[in-house]
Write a protein that binds this ligand. Structure first.
Ligand SMILES: Cc1cc2nc3c(=O)[nH]c(=O)nc-3n(C[C@H](O)[C@H](O)[C@H](O)COP(=O)(O)O)c2cc1C
Length: 325
């Protein structure tokens, strides 16, 4: 399959593995790259820029295909060493960066100067247009279904993607709720040039996380995610568990007076406990509604091959067969 996204990034299949905290390590990134997609190392999972440089170098020993780095700009009182992480990306020779969170404008000149292609992840048409205006090469359009931060507009992909297609000139991938060939073909029909998947890649053999996480995703239905931190305008879609129930109870009780400090035990430091320790009730960790469509834990290679082969059958068989002669 050839789309503007495969051309832009020099990849075989229009499938991106979105940045995932404590998941986007060299094992998963290289597996996606080797299977012909775009894999992304998650910068902020590395405690320092030097650790990110080492992770990039490790990934290069595992694949000779292109891969990228996700740089998430978080609302934080003491921001991480972003200049250091950007330097590690540039000096590591990485040529693709996925930005997410805040507007990446201040980093674009230095990234572009280094010949890096930037795909910005956003949750609304207006933010996608802004990304286009400031010089991003592509965007990842994240619908309300997505695992992680869907923003505050709550527009699902059946509306958001065609709206993005109406307005954007740069290529975009559909993100949120993507699991299989049906998602890919639908996303292309709605105007996207490919798909971005998070939760689906989390439930693969190569995802370097505790087996409990993968089993929890397979066991979950589309009804098992919750939106947390909405009162703080930092909404996150997470898999429900005892920690999340406790958090939601606090949100109900404290109402508009709630602060980050009230919920820090349910949202702070949760990722290592869940992803490494398999403590499934530790608190809030991102997971998409798409969990309802995930029934197995394949290798990345098998998953990608299945998506591409089934997409071919869907387009040439089911869809073409529906056309009147
Ligand atoms: C466990 C997990 C952690 C994530 N961490 C990040 C992150 O650190 N930065 C980021 O930009 N997106 C993050 N995301 C969002 C994904 O990159 C992707 O946009 C999202 O999962 C797409 O929705 P889906 O899960 O329905 O495929 C995370 C998602 C998951 C499931």
């Amino acid at each position: 399959m050839r789309t503007r996204i495969t051309e832009l990034f020099g990849i075989e299949h229009p499938i991106v593995q979105g940045g995932m905290h404590f998941v986007g390590l060299a094992e998963l990134t290289s597996a996606v790259a080797n299977a012909g997609g775009l894999g992304l190392i998650t910068a902020l999972t590395q405690p320092t820029p030097a650790a990110l440089a080492a992770e990039i170098a490790r990934c290069k020993t595992m694949t000779d295909k292109p891969f990228g780095v996700n740089l998430t700009f978080l609302p934080a009182r003491t921001p991480p060493d972003y200049p250091g992480y950007v330097r590690a990306i540039i000096e590591g020779g990485v040529k693709i960066v996925e930005t997410a969170g805040n507007n990446p404008q201040q980093w674009l000149p230095v990234l572009k100067e280094a010949g890096i292609k930037v795909i910005h992840k956003c949750t609304s048409v207006r933010h996608a247009l802004k990304a286009q205006e400031i010089g991003c090469d592509a965007v990842s359009v994240d619908g309300f279904e997505c695992g992680g931060h869907p923003g505050e507009d709550d527009v699902p992909n059946f509306i958001l993607l065609p709206r993005a297609a109406e307005e954007l000139e740069i290529p975009f991938v559909a993100s949120g709720g993507m699991a299989d060939a049906r998602s890919l073909v639908a996303a292309l029909a709605l105007g996207a040039d490919g798909i971005n998947m998070g939760t689906r890649f989390l439930a693969t053999r190569e995802a370097p996380v505790h087996e409990n996480v993968k089993q929890a995703i397979v066991a979950a239905s589309e009804l098992d995610t919750r939106l947390v931190m909405r009162p703080l305008r930092n909404t996150e879609r997470v898999l429900v568990n005892a920690g999340v129930e406790r958090l939601l109870d606090k949100e109900r009780r404290l109402g508009a007076d709630i602060t980050f400090a009230d919920i820090v035990s349910e949202v702070g430091g949760v990722y290592p406990k869940v992803m490494r320790g398999g403590e499934m009730d530790a608190g809030a960790w991102s997971c998409g509604m798409v969990a309802g469509l995930i029934h197995d834990i394949p290798s990345v290679k098998d998953l990608m091959a299945r998506i591409v082969a089934d997409a071919d059958t869907l387009i040439r068989g089911r869809l073409a067969g529906m056309l009147a002669a």
